[in-house]
Design a binder for this molecule. Structure first.
Ligand code: DX5
Ligand code: ZN
Length: 223
């Protein structure tokens, strides 16, 4: 699955930018509060407008403090996926349950320096694990391959049937890095600058999907 990140899109033309990636699996929406990360982007009103402007399921990545207070409204608004950061709360299970109760899939995200082991036990409360492969806050940064061991560890638990969730990766995904991530067992690839920096964003999505599928060890490609 490919999830273009609108962080690299033209914020004055978000409906058109969503249409430009028609055929994407999810549209990744980076919500930043200038507290959890040193950048400020958009919030619930923009997500509510985007929901009316596109049929692509919205994958909301909340890089914010206090997700217990702010995450459920994104689910209530109709986001497909609401992902918050493990580092931002002491009670990730409660936040996940509130998101699911409000009708969305729940995602847990970890920064590059955050180990996954302390969270393995609670991943059954989640639908998605979002492994950050750059420091959250900005698009266009370089991929950090050292985070792939986290994706591979969780992939193993999924393959053995101990867990049911999608492994997502976010940051620095492009034609040079997507295959390594796919080989580690990633299911869903967020790509901002690689998609919106391309002359044809929809073609960039198709290209990344084909590259990822060809490199995915756990995927049976049905022709
Ligand atoms: C960074 C965001 C990413 C960002 C990725 O904090 O979470 O979603 O848009 O951008 P690229 O693909 O350019 O690294
Ligand atoms: Zn993101």
């Amino acid at each position: 699955m490919i999830a273009p990140s609108i962080l690299s899109a033209d914020f004055a033309r978000l409906a058109d930018e969503a249409a430009a990636v028609a055929g994407s699996d999810w549209l990744h929406v980076d919500v930043m509060d200038a507290h959890f990360v040193p950048n400020l982007t958009l919030g619930l009103p923009v997500v509510q407008s985007l929901l009316k402007a596109t049929d692509i399921p919205l994958d909301c990545h909340l890089m914010i403090d206090n997700p217990g207070r702010w995450a459920p409204p994104y689910a209530e608004a109709g986001a497909h996926n609401v992902t918050f950061h493990a580092e931002a709360t002491d009670d990730p299970i409660a936040v996940a349950r509130d998101i699911r109760a409000a009708g969305a899939k729940a995602g847990l995200s970890v920064k590059p320096g955050t180990p996954i082991e302390p969270y393995l036990e609670i991943l059954k409360e989640f639908d998605t694990l979002l492994v950050m492969s750059v420091e959250p806050g900005f698009g266009g940064q370089s991929f950090m391959p050292e985070v792939l061991s986290k994706a591979a560890a969780v992939r193993k638990l999924v393959d053995s049937g101990e867990l049911t969730l999608l492994v997502e990766i976010d940051g620095g995904i492009n034609v040079d890095t997507v295959e390594a991530a796919a080989e580690a067992g990633v299911d869903c690839f967020v790509a901002g600058s690689a998609v919106y920096g391309a002359a044809d964003p929809a073609a960039a999505v198709r290209g990344l999907r084909a590259q990822a599928a060809a490199a995915s060890p756990h995927l049976t490609i049905v022709q």
